[in-house]
Ligand binder design. Sequence first.
Ligand code: C2E
Ligand code: MG
Ligand code: MG
Ligand code: MG
Length: 292
Amino acid sequence: RAKEMGKNNYQIYSASLNISSFKLYTLERDLHKAIQNEELYLDFQPRVDTATGKMVSAEALVRWEHPIWGQVSPGEFIPLAEESELILDIGDWVLEKVCSYLQKWSENKSPIVPISINVSAKRFLRNDLISKMKYVLEKTNTDPKFIELEITETTLVYNEETVSQVIQSLREMGIRIALDDFGTGFSSLTYLKNYPIDTIKIDQSFIQNINIAKSDEMIIKSIIFLAKGLDLNVVAEGVETNDQLTFLKQQECDEIQGYLFSKPVDEKRFEQLLKNKVLKVNNSLQNQENIE
Ligand code: C2E
Ligand code: MG
Ligand code: MG
Ligand code: MG
C-alpha cells in the first residue's frame, strides 16, 4: 500500500512537473518572437512623494502577452531572457518604448514625470550601453533627466572599473541611477561610497514585515538613516497598508511605491494619472478607482 501511494505521489508530482516544464519550454521557444510579434508591452507604477502624496515618477514594468499562456510576469520570462542574448533585445525594446512614450507625452503637452527602467546586469555592462542610450535619447528628443536606470547589487559585483565608468558616463549625460531591491543582494556599503548613485529602493520584503518583525524595521530605519546621511533619495517598495505608510512617514522615507497608491497600470490609465498628477496619500485602493 505504501508502495502504491508512493507511486501515486510520484505520478502527481511528475504530471505537475510536466505542465510547468511544458510552459517553460514554450516560453523559452517563443520568447525570441515576442518582440517582432508585438507581444511585449509596458505597465507603469507611480512613485509617490511621502509627504505630499503626489506622483513624482513611475517605474516601467515589462509584460508579455503570450498567445497560449496569456499575461506572463517578468519574474518568469526575464530570468529566461537573461540566459541568452535576448535580454539585450528586450532591454533595448524597453528603452526605446519608454523614450517614445516620453516623446509622445511631451509632444501632446501632457505633464510628464521621470520614468525608471530596470536594467539587467548583462545589458548594463555591455559596452554599447552608452552609445545606445545616446542614440535613443537623440532619436526621440528625450531629455535624459527624465530617465532613471534601476540596477541591482548583483550588477555592482562585476568589474569595479567597468561599473564605475558606466555609471560615471551615464551621470555625465544626466541620467540617474537607482539601486533596486536594496538589502537583498550583496549589500556592501562600500558600493554606496564608491559609486555615484542617486536613489536607493528598499526591497519590499522588508516593507512587508513592518509591524511584524522588529529586525526588518531596524533594517529599514538604518537604510533610511544611511541614505539621508549620504544625501541619497530613498524609496520604499511594495507598500500595501496604511500601517506601513505611517511607519515610513515617521522615518521620513522620501518616496513610496506600492499597491496602497497604485498597482502597475496600463498606458491609458497611466496617461490619466499623469493628467491628474495627484494620488492623494491616505486614499485607499477603493478611492483610487474613482480617479479618472
Ligand atoms: P522590481 O523592479 O523590484 O519591480 C517591483 C515589482 O514589485 C513589480 O513586479 C511590481 O508589480 C511589484 N509590486 C509593486 N508594488 C507592490 C506591492 O505593493 N505589493 C506587491 N506584492 N508587489 C508589488 P513585476 O512587474 O512582476 O516585476 C518583477 C520584476 O521583474 C521587477 O522587480 C524587475 O526585477 C523585473 N522586471 C520588470 N520589468 C523589467 C524590464 O523591463 N527589464 C528587466 N531587466 N527586468 C524587469
Ligand atoms: Mg525595479
Ligand atoms: Mg525592486
Ligand atoms: Mg523586486
